[in-house]
Design a protein around this ligand. Structure first.
Ligand code: SF4
Length: 266
């Protein structure tokens, strides 16, 4: 292992330790996305020896919530829903189904592997994502990459990342119900085509949509295994929320262990 790899491995170990002790400050201000991804790769080689024993899926609390009718539980299906991944992506790239098409720079469809075991679903693109066309590329994205690396997961090979909305709401405001209704059929089809083993919903909007529990606070949804049409679903805080509230890092860590346990027992 090179000195650079050793440094990255140590950084990943530091992150794990920080999560365990509820550390409140972050070290990522100057870390670029490629560096974060290299860190993820380094962590994959270090994780098996140092990872805490994850809970098994069978020992986890499994939600008895009714099955959601789909991401578009609140309504609308695409009139002509493409059946291939490429066609679906192309349709989203030129979509004008809601008002968000007017202000976007880029449609942010996805990042990561289309054969991923894990699909991470966030809320909506922010300024960096709108600019680049890729989800989770800002500080929150770097943080997410590092946290996933601690449980041996990376968007380079095992993670697919997308959002409920594919276009940026102005001023990063919350998604409107009709925007979610218009856009969620894309997410529904993405899940169907990628066929992940496990779903991770980060943030309130993704969690409520995928669990079908629209009125329930995120804090009451996390900590158990839900089911999205038979696919195990874990919900947790959005990484941007962790940056604002580092005390939630421990809860996110616990949710990642729950997620890892499901994948390890698959
Ligand atoms: S947010 Fe979704 S539904 Fe609205 S224009 Fe963008 S891709 Fe289409």
């Amino acid at each position: 292992m090179t000195s650079r790899d050793q440094l990255l491995t140590q950084a990943a170990r530091l992150l794990r330790q920080r999560a365990e002790i509820d550390a409140t400050d972050l070290f990522m201000d100057n870390l670029t996305r490629p560096e974060a991804l290299r860190l993820a790769a380094a962590a994959r080689s270090a994780a098996p020896a140092s990872r805490a024993d994850p809970p098994s899926a069978t020992s986890a609390s499994v939600s008895a919530a009714p099955e959601p009718t789909g991401p578009s539980a609140g309504g609308g299906a695409l009139p002509l829903l493409p059946t291939s991944y490429t066609e679906l992506r192309d349709a989203a790239m030129s979509c004008t189904r809601c008002r968000l098409a007017e202000g976007r720079t880029n449609v942010v469809f996805s990042d990561g592997s289309e054969s991923a075991r894990l699909m991470v679903v966030g809320e909506a693109p922010g300024a960096n994502e709108d600019k680049t066309g890729l989800p989770f590329v800002g500080q929150a994205g770097k943080f997410l990459d590092l946290l996933l690396a601690t449980v041996d997961l990376s968007r380079e090979d095992s993670v697919y990342i997308c959002n409920v909305l594919k276009c940026r709401p102005p001023g990063n405001r919350n998604p409107m119900p009709d925007e979610i209704e218009s856009c969620s059929p894309y997410l529904e089809k993405q899940i169907e085509l990628v066929q992940p083993e496990v779903l991770l919903a980060v943030g309130t909007f993704a969690a409520q949509l995928l669990t079908g529990r629209q009125k329930i606070a995120l804090g009451k949804l996390r900590g158990e295994v839900h089911s999205y049409h038979g696919v195990p679903l874990v919900v947790t805080y959005h990484p941007a929320a962790l940056l604002r509230n580092p005390k939630w890092t421990r809860a996110f860590w616990d949710d990642l262990q729950l997620l890892r346990g499901i994948m390890d027992s698959a």
